[in-house]
Design a protein around this ligand. Sequence first.
Ligand code: GRF
Length: 215
Amino acid sequence: MNLAIIASGRGSNAAAILDAIANDRLDARPVALITNRENVGALDVARAHNVPGHAISRRDFPSRTAQQRRMLEVLQDSGADFVALAGFDAILRPFIVAAYPNRILNIHPSLLPAFAGGMAPVPQTDALRAGVKISGCTVHVVTEDLDAGPIVAQAAVSVLPNDTVGSLSDRILEQEHRLYPLALRWFAEDRARIVDGRVLIDSEESQALWPHPAP
Ligand code: GRF
């Protein structure tokens, strides 16, 4: 797997993925880390892992479409054959989704299909407001429908009575860092198939994820 990561912010999921690669928990070659802004933490994460970082900022392009055309060029020039969105705060244009069919994953801080659509911390805020007792995170395949592609993996956390958006987000984030590298591994090892819009994983780990996480 020649993996590119696309991010917009601090890059803690990017770091979890690159750490998993460095520690041989994920057999992938990180070929590029692309951001849609300059001076974000994710670019420092790329530097720390010796991964080529590319800031492709909106203000250098006449339109969002032109910006994403450049992103696609960089993806293709890097040799990427798989893409992980890790806190990307824009909607991928259909031409990028079409260039990597079923080869782009995203992580979202809720148990989809609940609380789809918003960027963190909106899903966590909405979960607290709704009074749900369990929330979590979802890794899904990216399609043209926002946060609605086939679900690859989910991890649940309790919502506690005294939770704030921050404390709930932190508890979910800990699961994100565990879940995302694992989900990518199933694709790297060719263990994931999409049948009738559902992801089937050929791995016992996927059965043992919750409530007793695999070691
Ligand atoms: C995470 O909450 C992720 O679920 C969401 O954006 C946030 C990214 O955080 N898609 P980070 O930049 O990976 O730390």
